[in-house]
Design a protein around this ligand. Structure first.
Ligand SMILES: NC(=O)c1ccc[n+]([C@@H]2O[C@H](COP(=O)([O-])OP(=O)(O)OC[C@H]3O[C@@H](n4cnc5c(N)ncnc54)[C@H](OP(=O)(O)O)[C@@H]3O)[C@@H](O)[C@H]2O)c1
Length: 243
C-alpha cells in the first residue's frame, strides 16, 4: 500500500517528468495525467485537459484514490500548460485560442477545486502546486492568453491558499520555474519573431547556456514543500534564497 499519492499533470513533459522521477517520499504512487503516456510514471490517466469533459474524470481519480487513504502525503502538481498558439490575439485561430484559455486559465482552477474537495477529509500532509510563469507579470506580445492564464492561476492560488489557511489545511502554492530547457522553450525559439517579438531574448538565454535543467527545477519545487511558506504563496524559483 502506497504511503503517498501524487498526481502530476503534464508528466509527459520535461518538468512534469522530472517531478515524477524525484518525488521525495518513499512508496509513493505517482499518477501522470497528459495526452501522451509519460515515460516513467507508475500510473497513467490519459486526458486532454483542454477538454472540460475530462475534468470530472480527473476529479473521480482524486476521490477514488483518496477515499479512506490513511498514508502520509498527498499532492497534485499541475504542470500541464501550453504556449500554443503563440501569436497576436487578433491574428491566431480562435479554436486554438479557446483551447489555450481552457487549459491555462480554467483547468487549473477546476482541477484545483476538485483536488481540494477530495483531499479535505484526509489527515495526511496535503499539497497543491501550480506551475506558473514570469509571463503572469511581464508583458509579452504574442502571449496574451498564456500570460492571462498564469496570472489567473496565481490569483486563484492566493485566494485558495488563504481559504485553506482558515480551514482545510491543504498547502497551496504557485511556482514559476524560471526559463527551463524543455520542448516548450524549443518551440518558442522556432516561433517567428513577428508572432513573438521577444523571441531573441529566449534564443540568447539558450545560446548562453542560461536555461535551467528540469531535474534541478524539480528538486527545488519539492524542497519548497518543507520551507514553511505562507499558504497561497506565489514563488519564483529565480528569486528563492538557497536555504
Ligand atoms: N519551460 C519553461 O521555461 C517554463 C517557464 C515558465 C513556466 N513553465 C511552465 O511549466 C509547466 C511545464 O512546462 P514544460 O516546459 O515542461 O512544458 P512541456 O515540456 O512542453 O510539457 C508540457 C506538458 O503539458 C502537457 N499538456 C499540454 N497540453 C495538454 C493538454 N491539452 N492536456 C493535457 N496535458 C497537456 C503535455 O502533455 P501531452 O502533450 O502529452 O498532453 C506535457 O506533459 C507549464 O505549465 C509551463 O507553462 C515552463
Amino acid at each position: 500500500m502506497a504511503t503517498s499519492l501524487v498526481w502530476i499533470s503534464g508528466a509527459s513533459g520535461a518538468i512534469g517528468q522530472a517531478l515524477a522521477k524525484t518525488v521525495p517520499w518513499d512508496d509513493a504512487r505517482v499518477i501522470g495525467i497528459s495526452r501522451h503516456r509519460p515515460r516513467d510514471t507508475i500510473d497513467y490517466l490519459k486526458a486532454d485537459l483542454a477538454d472540460p469533459s475530462m475534468w470530472p474524470v480527473v476529479g473521480d481519480s482524486f476521490h477514488r484514490e483518496m477515499e479512506g487513504f490513511d498514508g502520509e502525503h498527498v499532492a497534485f502538481v499541475h504542470a500541464a500548460g501550453t504556449i500554443d498558439p503563440t501569436g497576436f490575439a487578433a491574428e491566431v485561430g480562435s479554436e486554438a485560442y479557446l483551447r489555450n484559455v481552457l487549459l491555462n486559465s480554467a483547468a487549473p482552477q477546476v482541477l484545483g477545486q476538485l483536488f481540494l474537495a477530495a483531499a479535505g477529509p484526509l489527515h495526511a500532509r496535503r499539497h497543491l502546486v501550480m506551475l506558473t510563469s514570469g509571463a503572469a507579470r511581464s508583458v509579452y506580445p504574442g502571449w496574451a492568453s498564456y500570460g492571462a492564464g498564469k496570472a489567473a492561476l496565481d490569483q486563484w492560488v492566493r485566494n485558495a491558499g488563504a481559504e485553506q489557511e482558515e480551514r482545510g489545511g491543504v498547502q497551496v502554492l504557485s511556482v514559476a520555474p524560471g526559463t527551463v530547457d524543455t520542448a516548450m522553450q524549443a518551440k518558442l525559439r522556432n516561433t517567428p519573431e513577428r508572432d513573438f517579438p521577444s523571441r531573441q531574448k529566449f534564443q540568447d538565454l539558450h545560446n548562453q547556456g542560461d536555461l535551467s535543467e528540469p531535474q534541478q527545477v524539480a528538486a527545488q519545487i519539492w524542497s519548497l514543500l518543507d520551507r514553511g511558506l505562507d499558504n497561497g504563496s506565489v514563488i519564483d524559483l529565480r528569486s528563492l534564497d538557497p536555504s
